[in-house]
Design a protein around this ligand. Sequence first.
Ligand code: 5AD
Ligand code: SF4
Length: 472
Amino acid sequence: MPKRLYIETVGCQMNMLDSELVVASLRKAGYALVDSPAKADTILFNTCSVRQHAEDKIYSALGRLKHAKKHNPNKIIGVLGCMAQKDQKQIFERAPYVDLVVGPGQLHQIPSLLARIEQGDGQQLEVSLDRKAASREEIERSFESYDPLRDPAMRPTPFQAFVRIMIGCDKFCTYCIVPSVRGPEQSRAPEEIIAEARQLADEGCREITLLGQTVNSYKYSSGGVTTRLSDLLERLHEIEGIARLKFVTNYPKDMSDDLILAIRDLPKVSRYLHVPAQSGSNRMLSRMKRGYTVEDYREMLARVRATIPDVAVTSDFIVGFCGETEDDFQETVDLVGESRFKNSFIFKYSERPGTKSAQLFPDDVPEDVKRRRNNELLAVQNAISEEDNLPLVGREVEVLVEGPSKNAARRHDHDGEQLQLVGRTHCDRIVVFDGNRRQIGQLLPIAVYDANAFTLFGSVVTRHVGPEVYSL
Ligand code: 5AD
Ligand code: SF4
């Protein structure tokens, strides 16, 4: 009997990739995946610490397992990822029935740690060094990335995969917990990345999304040769079978011209850039220690748009950061209004213990003000998203078909031939259309007949490919 594993993942794409790797290593160790905690012998949570809310959700999910563990003490419960690195043994204090706590830099140890728990060795904790605990080299070594093991069943679809090109972050924005839980910035060797991408392409993967906290800061030097993200894209572009290349998340200050030109000149690279601005107020940007002014951001955006006119840009914003006044907020509204992002992710500031902003500034914007600013900014963005989607009505777009739409999946009616499918354009726009199962994983031309702020609606363009018949 294989051991049954249930894993729940919250947070960013890094976490989705980490979960894929954990599942791959546990399948090798004889585990099979199940789809509910009730059916599982081992329950793992891959966690996020970026906002309080994400942590609260995990602690309440753990709370719900207390009973299950009492009835079945052999069930193993594990907490992985950023919250594990941040809270460490406090997790055992808050939820004493947790067996395993593993930080994002120690995930490769999970199979052996689970074996120890099964042997009766008790609770296991493996985390990386704190950022001030030792020399940079020692801290770097304590964050290991173990990327070669892949598991297609854990991917969003078998045709799409994430490939990590760097780990960690050195920017230390004052609000952000990431540099302390994911460790120092370290770029992977290009040869490793290319070998991984080749293998994915051989397995039928069409789209690769390169991941890094500040992906465009990628830099790898060896034997006097330095490889930048633009160089890496050029090399990945040559891999047969790969149709699309994306990369997230970009840091505004590192949006260099070589990268912008690479996006322009390499047709497989999506004309899509996620470049978080975080705020439109210089006072806030400086408190956030983002390292640029709003003028710098505007200049960067103008440069990108001048070179790649059809580019779709998305951004992140934090509202209600410490000391944010109505005037500061208005400057953010102005930036969103003029920048015409395809989409913006808007977050209410959430104080994270241990960060610089938690130490330096009071979290003084009331919750209801944060909520109002969040809604207001979202309304501005949604109006723009809709306005920018409407001109696509009547046009043809190329879509990588990802699978049944949420509606079709919910209706369980996808056994038949025809079903509602969902895919994405090269610019990362979501498109819904009717098709059939065989089209999943293909690149298809879609004629768009309707659009709202979030979705394009279309139908597959069928071309006449038989012998031409000319009427006289
Ligand atoms: N509070 C709210 N949002 C945050 N982000 C990062 N840290 C915080 C925080 N403490 C947001 C930023 C980042 C995105 C991934 O999450 O906008 O770009
Ligand atoms: Fe956090 Fe700033 Fe690094 Fe992004 S760049 S992960 S916001 S510290």
